[in-house]
Design a protein around this ligand. Sequence first.
Ligand SMILES: Cc1cc2nc3c(=O)[nH]c(=O)nc-3n(C[C@H](O)[C@H](O)[C@H](O)COP(=O)(O)OP(=O)(O)OC[C@H]3O[C@@H](n4cnc5c(N)ncnc54)[C@H](O)[C@@H]3O)c2cc1C
Length: 448
Amino acid sequence: MDNRDYDLIIVGGGITGAAVLYAVSSYTNISRVLLVEKYEDIATLNSNSRSNSQTLHFGDVETNYTLKKAGEAKREAMRVLRYIKLLGRDEQEHIIKGCQKMVLGVGDEETEILEKTYYSGIKRLFPGLKKAGLDELEKIEPNTVKHRPKDEKVVALVSDSGYMVDFEKLARSFVSRALRNKKAGIELMFNTTVRSLREVRKGYVLGTTKGELKTRFVVFATGSYSLLFAKMLDFDKNLSVISIGGDYFISKRMLNGKVYRVQKGGVPFAAVHADPDIRNPGITRYGPTATIPLKLENRGSTFFDYLRSFNYDIKTLETLIKVVSNEDIIRILETNFVYGLPVIGKRWFFENEVKKIIPSIKYEQMYHEPGMGGIRPQIVDENTRSFFVGASKLYDKNAIFNITPSPGASSALESGIEDMRYIAHGLGLRIDHKRFEAEMGSDKDGEI
Ligand SMILES: Cc1cc2nc3c(=O)[nH]c(=O)nc-3n(C[C@H](O)[C@H](O)[C@H](O)COP(=O)(O)OP(=O)(O)OC[C@H]3O[C@@H](n4cnc5c(N)ncnc54)[C@H](O)[C@@H]3O)c2cc1C
């Protein structure tokens, strides 16, 4: 047998690809698996600890989610907590830390959203979420109220069960656990770019910078690139990706936990928020911004690939015009355009975003951190003519294409488990349900 012939090839070594590798090697009888990664290591792009906000999203403080989406987020986050329990204390402490989290409403409109509409819907799903006014905030997160104008209304929904996660280390943990299973015959191939994909009689052939690879099943976990590969199979004509860049500013540590802001329903990403950093307890991060860079990734030059990711037809154009002409999206894009301008951008971000969270902070205390941040592949669905909130999957008979905007790191393990089931079905593998349920919990709702 040709030694470049595999049962499964996973393309992309971020947290999505790592989670598929973990799930399939731990809970099925697969053999001959290859993970191909363009760069030199696991999790160097969006899953890197400097690229994202390190939040394990549960859906309780994300006011842009529907109740259904919040329920899904909770389930996905619980699955991560199940995985964490399998690890030794030392590894756990490097990957995850508990922290307080809240969503803060400032002014009449935001406080009304939190108090009347949002809280009443969400509190059954999250009984631990508590309303906090000025007095309570003064005790638990004093810098959110210090020097706040007396007539400014504030209210927060607070939870003690927030988590910051080093998704880079979580991805590495998935890979090292997968490698423990010698029967799966796992190979890792770094510094190798997959350039093409074609279907053959019993699977797929992948053209790479190191020659051709053949596989019975392929999973793309390549962020924005997954859609480009799906299109190589003449696959889905109704999706496009817009890149939403996100940068961070930082200051010395000013807060005890995570402080999210109210985001309107239908907007597919969070409003600027403030977070601790799991690797650097001495700082607070502010962000991410929401810019529109003409590239697919933060590393290398991807401008021409960005151009290739669009459908050039009237329907796409109409859809793009419709999604960006939403009043809230226009406002976000306008303000974020200003944040990107030299000199005034930083000042505007400070006045408009950071001071809303910490009124007493001084301009000189905040600085831009180059290289911190990433690019979210935001899916535009031409069928519904709207942004798709959350990650998305496209399926061919023996191929899966994962496209992963925020909160894709929180949902990666659940997504990997979903892929594992589809792969097992496609390749006729046996799933070890007993081990799966013992380690990952029952599939029935609420029992994870
Ligand atoms: C600013 C920002 C903040 C975020 N905050 C959060 C958060 O707080 N919580 C949360 O859950 N999520 C968050 N996210 C989202 C989260 O970071 C991503 O959804 C997640 O990291 C995606 O993981 P991935 O493995 O799919 O993609 P990536 O980590 O980007 O990995 C994709 C991999 O595919 C490889 N690749 C691409 N093309 C090829 C090719 N042709 N051949 C071989 N390899 C290839 C890349 O090199 C890369 O290693 C945030 C994202 C951003 C940008």
